[in-house]
Write a protein that binds this ligand. Structure first.
Ligand SMILES: [Fe+2]
Length: 199
């Protein structure tokens, strides 16, 4: 993929030209399973990864990353993620950039405009995206990402226990505002449990 992010001998400019598209949205719902099933049943989306509360897998998932079913054509690991929570609300939206240089440049661009780094730069385990989260002064959370997994519709859902969000790989303090149940630990994709949350 050709990247349009400008660079200089000293590194990337603080310029957002490497931004490619809206990649995904993450929402919290008080009726998580009903919301998940609505997207599966009505839009034909499929699950890439489930998450469950530690020690309570038998009670079903509490978060899922879902993707578009494009048949044999690979699709983003998730276009939408849904999490169980105490309110119906936006959690974050994520914008794809072309490479790590563009990710860094995008962060510089936001930082110069009063955004505060929330978490990153790091790489997710489930989905494999290189990520960088930023909040605006009102707390609105956005993510830049690049180099995420692409799955066709033969890839079975993964299951993972929760993982406490900790320091980012570059020594950042992490973001206590991110949900504790965020997926960061992968599990083998053994067997096919089906996509529908029917527990
Ligand atoms: Fe995200």
């Amino acid at each position: 993929m050709t990247c349009s992010a400008p660079t200089t001998p000293n590194g990337p400019h603080a310029h957002p030209r490497g931004l490619q598209r809206l990649g995904h949205l993450v929402l919290q719902s008080t009726k998580y399973q009903q919301a998940l099933n609505w997207y599966l049943d009505n839009l034909g989306m499929i699950v890439s990864d489930f998450q469950y509360f530690s020690g309570q897998r038998e009670r079903g998932p509490t978060m899922s990353f879902i993707r578009c079913d494009r048949g044999a054509t690979p699709a983003d690991h998730h276009t939408l993620a849904l999490a169980l929570g105490p309110a119906n609300r936006y959690l974050h939206s994520a914008y794809q950039v072309c490479d790590l240089d563009a990710l860094a440049a995008g962060g510089e661009f936001l930082g110069e405009r009063g955004y505060l780094r929330s978490w990153g730069i790091g790489r997710h385990i489930q989905g494999s995206q290189i990520f960088d989260y930023w909040r605006d002064p009102d707390g609105f959370l956005v993510e830049h990402f690049t180099d995420g997994d692409m799955f066709d519709n033969t890839v079975a859902p993964g299951w993972a226990p929760p993982h406490r969000v900790g320091p980012g790989p570059v020594g950042t303090a992490g973001d206590q505002g991110l949900p504790r149940n965020r997926l960061e630990i992968g599990s083998p994709r053994t067997g096919f449990d089906g996509h529908r949350a029917s527990w």
